[in-house]
Write a protein that binds this ligand. Sequence first.
Ligand code: PMP
Length: 445
Amino acid sequence: MSVSNHPKAYTSAALVVAFTAGICLTLGFKDLYPDLQRRYEQRKRTKEAALYGHRESSFLPPVELEDHTKPEPPGPNSSTPPTIQIGIEGLIGHTKLVRIKSLSEATGCEIVAKAELLNGAGNSPKDRVALHMIQVAEKEGLLKPYNGDTIYEGTVGSTGISLAVLARAKGYKCHICMPSDMSMEKVELLHHLGATVERVSPAPITSQDHFVNLARRRAEEHAGKWKDGSKGFFANQFESGANWTAHFETTGPEIFEQTQGDIAAFVSGAGTGGTISGVACYLKQEVGLKDVSIVLADPQGSGLYNKVKFGVMYSSHEREGTRRRQQVDTMVEGIGINRLTNNFEKGVELIDDAIKVTDTQAMRMARWLVEKDGIFIGSSSAVNCVAAVCTALRLKKEGKGGRVVTVLCDSGNRHLSKFWKQIASQGLEEEHGNLGLLELLELES
Ligand code: PMP
């Protein structure tokens, strides 16, 4: 009997054939499918490439985003402060911005200050600069830790203190040359921090014995003196590019972020010029050349006011080096100078205005801030605050208003034996009673 003649056998055979065909089809499709999928994807990419102008073989690259998969290194270069800081350098940067209430009320403009005295190594903006100068020198092979290498610097104090702290932390020795008329607190601090301190009589920059020239010479003499293969490194804050770039990379961006770019003027004194140039370069670039005004706060006796206002520093008979007297005739420490440094020149074209501040105005401002706001500052910060008030008054007069940002560089603790002693001896601690701020500073509204 043939199968076709038997209905049951026929049905069974048909089922077996259908089942086998089903399995073959499934297996075949499974093998075929990835190829189909690949071809479909390729055709889609070709279409997209034509649309976006890419070559057929390329794929659409991802948008370039910052890599957030790795933690940022701690310190002033990172955008957000990590929770636990690594070493003393982790306490540098990210300083707060504080509204000075009494000055804002008296002028009708918001006056805020970058509290640079909160930098946690040497307690001044020089922490940022000292750290950056060391980092750059290490990168360039000019300093090697735990090798007897010594950092030499000429400084009126603040940079020396920051360098001395960081030298201890990073395995270097530190040798500071400073003028003998700077306050004794700074000398003692440097001594306790383990730095060698060489004090020299104030001299013009043309003299071999100017504190900066002496520091350079000491660095050059290092190898011959120690003969142990260690190096002498002259930090050279006045001319070093690592100075203004420290402020361009950290102070400027922090101010921009903290004010969200809402800033009408930035006011600062200049010692090396690193702060004003670095911050000016950053803010002019980010806020806009015309939208933020950069103002120099200059103490009496400094030539920088004339440079900004009239394009020349001094008359020929006043030039530093042609007179044998103190570099700058003021009791203010840290700002004011009678020569052009690389760091000041970097930003000088961006400075829109300059304000000359007398020692008396600075002393009265320092006293006012203690009495009204409980803020105890040194002389350069007081000069900055007077100039910030003048700038606020100018902005108001021009009908602009807006926020004025300045800097609190260091605490009054560093200035007890000179600036604050003078304030007390002039009777300013009892004096001003009911006088308003503008009367006190002899300013017109
Ligand atoms: N204030 C103080 C107390 C300083 O020591 C200095 C630096 N000499 C400054 C302000 C000025 O900063 P810069 O050197 O960036 O101009």
